[in-house]
Design a protein around this ligand. Structure first.
Ligand SMILES: [Zn+2]
Length: 400
């Protein structure tokens, strides 16, 4: 039912991967007046679907804007419902979601500036209801996002290549620069190998090194954002220090690039800024057995993956793993779970959307193909060798 059209507004459609849910249709108990018993079944008529809520994740955002639209709808006859989102309220649906009953959400990227009416329509095939919200898309910066890697030790060609690949991956995902800020901290002031820094940083400087930490196994690396902006709460300077004793294993297992890409994700703020994100805290239940991620855009991708409600976050593995990753038992091979299962670790739309929740502008189309593993597949994944990404999570030490 979904479709992409050459749109005058360049509105990109969220991948519609709604899981078909078999509805159990329960016949409503007959409440006909007792004085006139009848066997005639009167077809249900004239009762439209009901929209309880329809909201957008923000009312104003710079272009290109990744916006989450959330709704709660129901049908009095429990008919199957189809939802459409029409950006601009011009009669052209930019997104169609079938079997959209209940509480769900989806993301749309709106590329052009303007004041939009966003019209939401829910239909049972015969009758429909609508709700409209306003959205202002303002001019965004044309500056690209630049990660600067500063090696603090001599890196092997394999390590250098893996760092470069990780940098290129995230620079393709984050589409706009963040404001330049002055960063100042002394050598090794981040709790690991870092050079002194006293300069205007634009956009993110990461000191990288390979060094002896604790021998093979156990701690793989020390990494984390060191200085975060007081303005937007996003990291401007960070450190990634890998244990030389573990490098050969990572290279031979084909996972070095994935591990470095994963750690760089933390330096962008994934899992490290969830409790202090400037647009709003996105972690609830931290320290409990059921931590959850609540940011609207990543939640919309979880909804598109067939999930309900907020996103399961890792509860096991101790400090540095718990509360800072997607839950391994739900998401399997996804890059930002706390365990690595092999060389293939896709970056999902959910992970990219989570960066937008933190305040970055992103290109969600850069995501890898990903679906939530089914129970059997997940069990076989978990039976495979799995390595916890044991990293001494650092900082942030200060503000820039
Ligand atoms: Zn991690």
């Amino acid at each position: 039912m979904h479709h992409e059209r050459p749109m005058h507004r360049r509105v990109r459609q969220a991948a519609s991967t709604a899981v078909l849910i078999a509805l159990t249709v329960v016949a409503a108990a007959c409440t006909a007046a007792p004085a006139t018993p009848s066997t005639t079944t009167v077809p249900s008529t004239g009762t439209a679907p009901v929209i309880t809520t329809f909201t957008s994740s923000t009312t104003s955002a710079p272009a290109p804007a990744l916006i989450a639209f959330a709704w709660q709808v129901a049908d009095p006859q429990s008919d199957r419902l189809t939802c459409d989102i029409d950006v601009g309220a011009d009669g052209t649906s930019e997104l169609t979601v079938t079997d959209c009953q209940g509480s769900r959400s989806r993301n749309l990227t709106i590329g052009d500036t303007g004041a939009y009416a966003i019209r939401f329509t829910v239909s049972d095939g015969t009758e429909s209801a609508t709700s409209t919200v306003g959205l202002s898309v303002t001019a965004g910066t044309s500056e690209t996002f630049d990660i600067v890697l500063r090696p603090q030790t001599t890196l092997s060609p394999e390590a250098q290549a893996a760092f470069d690949a990780a940098e290129a991956r995230w620079e393709g995902i984050v589409t706009a620069g963040v404001p330049a800020v002055r960063a100042t901290i002394g050598a090794n002031g981040c709790g690991a190998l870092n050079g002194a820094i006293d300069e205007v940083v634009d956009d993110l400087v990461i000191d990288i090194s390979t060094t002896a930490i604790d021998g093979a196994g156990s701690v793989l690396a020390r990494a984390g954002p060191c200085l975060v902006s007081t303005g937007d709460g996003l990291p401007r300077f960070g450190v990634m220090e890998f244990d030389l004793a573990d490098l050969s294993n990572l290279i031979s297992s084909g996972t070095l690039t994935a591990v470095i890409t994963h750690e760089m994700g933390h330096l962008l703020g994934i899992g490290t800024r969830w409790t202090s994100a400037k647009p709003g805290v996105v972690l609830t239940g931290g320290g409990t057995g059921d931590p959850r991620y609540t940011g609207a855009r990543a939640v919309a991708e979880w909804s598109a993956l067939g999930g309900n409600g907020t996103i399961p976050v890792e509860a096991t593995g101790g400090p540095g793993t718990a509360d800072a990753h997607w839950r391994e038992s739900t998401f399997g091979t996804e890059l930002m779970t706390g365990f690595i299962n092999g060389p293939v670790n896709p970056i999902s739309r959910m992970t990219i959307a989570s960066l937008a929740d933190l305040g970055y502008q992103v290109d969600i189309a850069r995501a890898d193909a990903y679906s939530v593993p089914s129970g059997n597949l997940l069990r076989s994944l978990l039976a495979a060798p799995e390595v916890e990404l044991r990293v001494d999570r650092l900082g942030p030490v200060g503000a820039a």
